[in-house]
Structure formats: C-alpha cells, structure tokens
Design a protein around this ligand. Structure first.
Ligand code: CUA
Length: 190
C-alpha cells in the first residue's frame, strides 16, 4: 500500500458512512411519514378502513331485507340525516338517478347483487367498491346543488362501460318538500 492510498482510505470511509447515515435518516423519516399517514387515514372519521362490516346475501337481495326495490333511493331519517340505498348489478344501478339534499349528513348504503362493482360520484371523494355479500357504507355531505355522473369503475363484465347512474344534489328545502310526499325519493323519471 502506498502512503497516498493510506491517507485516502480513512477519508473515503468517513464519507461513505456519512452518506449512509444521511440515507438512513431520510428512510426513517419517510417510514415515519407513511406510518403517520396510515394511522391518520385509518382513524380520522374511521373511513378507511370501513368503520364496521355489515353483510348481505346477494341471492336474496331483491326479495328480502333493506335492499328490496321499494326501499331503494333516499330516505329522510328522524334525526334529519338522509340514507341513500343503492343496488348495483350487471349492468346498472338502481335507482338510476339519486336525489340528495345540500347541507345534510348523507349516508350511502350500497350492495351488489352479483359481482364487484365500483361506486364513484365524479367530482367528489365518494368512492366505494360494491363487493357481493357486504354493505358498502360511506358518509358524505354536499355544499351546493350540482349534478354528477356515477360511473361503475370496477370492470364487471362486457357491459361495464354502459353501467352508470346520475346523482343530483338539490336545495335542502326542495328535498324536504319532496320527501314529505314520498317515502323514498329519487330523480328517476316517472
Ligand atoms: Cu359494474 Cu363495471
């Protein structure tokens, strides 16, 4: 070993371990950030993962229980909130047009009658998967009247691209007037 190499070696060793320590710090910070994000999304409003698991039987979905046809659509609850019940099946949603009020806590309860479907209201963070056998639940609130499309965004078969519905957010007073006249409210043309 030449005297030159001897003097270079310890210096480069120092530089290497300095870089490694720096990388270890960056990695630890990244890891801590990811854990914090996972903890926050898991606990904040308990939306991810779902707060509770409820099951349904896709074979009897249309015949018995809360997802029978006459019970679908928007229901005004005694506490002033609104529950929207929807069924997804190859290749449509029932009801085809969902009517909800502004400035009201809304709970979506959706189920699939056959395969996995997607439930997405464009322009909002309402985004669910409808998995047969389970009730998909999500809370939402809409500030202003708007009309959005609700396309199925999970490939569910050959008719997938034709599977979509519409969501119409209307003024709260107007919605209350409608729900006084009908037990379940939708915007499906009569
Ligand atoms: Cu239902 Cu894609």
């Amino acid at each position: 070993m030449t005297p030159d190499a001897e003097s270079v070696l310890p210096a480069s060793h120092d530089a290497t371990s300095r870089v490694e320590r720096r990388w270890a710090t960056v990695c630890t910070c990244l890891l801590a950030l990811l854990v914090a994000v996972a903890a926050f999304t898991g606990s904040y409003k308990a939306t991810v993962p779902q707060a509770r698991v409820e099951t349904t039987d896709p074979r009897t979905l249309h015949v018995t229980g809360e997802f029978i046809e006459s019970n679908l659509g928007s229901a005004l609850e005694p506490d002033g909130s609104v529950t929207v019940r929807i069924v997804g099946q190859q290749y449509s949603f029932t009801p085809q047009c969902i009517l909800v009020p502004t400035d009201t806590p809304i709970t979506f309860r959706a189920a699939s009658a056959d395969v996995v479907h997607g439930f997405l209201i464009q322009g909002t963070n309402v985004n669910l998967m409808l998995v047969p056998g389970y009730v998909s639940i999500l809370s939402a609130r809409f500030d202003k009247p708007v009309e959005s499309n609700m396309p199925c965004h999970e490939y569910c078969g050959t008719g997938h691209e034709g599977m979509w519905a519409r969501v119409r957010v209307i003024d709260k007073a107007e919605f209350l007037k409608l729900s006084n006249q009908r037990r379940r409210v939708t915007c499906v043309p009569k």
